[in-house]
Design a protein around this ligand. Structure first.
Ligand code: SAM
Ligand code: SF4
Length: 330
């Protein structure tokens, strides 16, 4: 057992870490072009962390390293039949400093489980929604829109706070900016647009496909005046309309926020990635399975975090590595 937090988890550039994203699976029921390879090869189950291994590693991050916010992601975390159990078990870490358990999901299988996830202790969720017209949605993701909308409705009914996320790709769905905005605004649901990042499994990214923050805001401002809000640690820049409705833009490409990055990523194989754009990871699962004690694992984590790279801002373009977003977790 590790003791209480001893020193803040910081990297060599002075960036404090407070958030951990944990990928629960690399598998997914959708095939979003901007994420999945055409023919994904799933990781063997034996390579994935068991629930017990996940609890041990996440417990270390919370108890000993001061991580306060968890986001469960994937792949599609709802493909895990034990997701409610995972949320419940990780909830025990609230007594040790954990403040939030969030989920990122495509919501296509959320409707029957939203209330149970809420009851298990899920605090909030981000739902991917890249188009509000069924044919466009299918063209982008390979799936049907109706179950996603049912999932959103079920989350609202269960009292789960949610945000919608839309990845924009020039020529593919930049015409969805206004219809999505209108749909979300009518329902009072916060919406964030995400710039297309060079992490897609099909290597189709190109700088000219990035639909930038200034272009998104120009489209929205034609509808009504928007006021830029002061930036905090959130990766999104927020803009408010006169009645207070807010839209966000995660402009990783046009305005990287690497200098304020406070997050880490643990993939489903127990590999720690300190940066979304890093080709290097730190294997935590192999030493854990070989019997490493908490002190040894903590030393590995602290060392990896200390060497966290500067980020996309200093190394733009494709990352040469064998894994993509569906594996690492967005
Ligand atoms: N399946 C879940 C979902 O779609 O929300 C969780 C995993 S998904 C990899 C997490 C997030 O990464 C989603 O919001 C998705 O839109 C985003 N994402 C995936 N590939 C991306 C890319 N190339 N550029 C920007 N965002 C991407
Ligand atoms: Fe699946 Fe999410 Fe990737 Fe789409 S973005 S393919 S839903 S993991």
């Amino acid at each position: 057992m590790s003791g209480p937090v001893q020193a803040p988890l910081v990297d060599a550039r002075g960036r404090l870490k407070r958030k951990l994203r944990v990928s629960l699976t690399d598998r997914c029921n959708l095939r979003c072009h901007y994420c999945m390879p055409e023919q994904p090869r799933w990781l063997p189950k034996a390579a994935l962390m068991s629930r017990e291994e996940l609890r041990r590693l996440v417990g270390l991050f919370v108890r000993a390293l001061g991580i306060a916010e968890l986001r469960l992601t994937g792949g599609e975390p709802l493909l895990r039949p034990d997701l409610e159990d995972i949320v419940r078990e990780l909830g025990a870490l609230r007594a040790q400093g954990l403040e939030r358990i969030a989920l990122t999901s495509n919501a296509s299988r959320l409707a029957p489980r939203a209330a149970a996830l809420r009851a298990a202790g899920l605090d909030d969720l981000n739902i991917s929604l890249d188009a509000i017209e069924p044919e466009r949605f299918r063209a982008l993701t390979g799936g049907a829109l109706a179950p996603v909308l049912a999932g959103i409705a079920a989350a609202v009914a269960a009292g789960l706070p949610l945000k919608l996320n839309c990845v924009l790709i020039r020529g593919a769905n930049d015409d969805q900016v206004l219809p999505l905005h209108q749909w979300a605004r009518e329902r009072g649901l916060p919406l964030r647009y995400i710039e297309f990042m060079p992490l897609d499994g099909r290597q189709s990214w190109a700088p000219e496909k990035v639909y930038r923050e200034d272009e998104i805001i120009a489209q929205l401002s034609a509808l009504e005046p928007l006021r830029a809000l002061p930036r905090g640690h959130d990766p999104a820049a927020y803009y408010a309309s006169a009645d207070g409705y807010r839209v966000g833009v995660i402009s990783t490409i046009s305005k990287p926020f690497c200098s304020r990055c406070d997050r880490l990523r643990l993939d489903a194989r127990g590999q720690l990635y300190t940066c979304l754009f890093s080709a290097q990871s730190c294997d935590l699962l192999t030493p854990l399975r070989a019997g490493a004690d908490d002190a040894a694992l903590l030393a590995l984590i602290r060392n990896a975090v200390w060497h966290k790279p500067a980020g996309y801002a200093e190394q733009p373009g494709y990352v040469e590595r064998t894994i993509t977003m569906h594996h690492l977790g967005g």
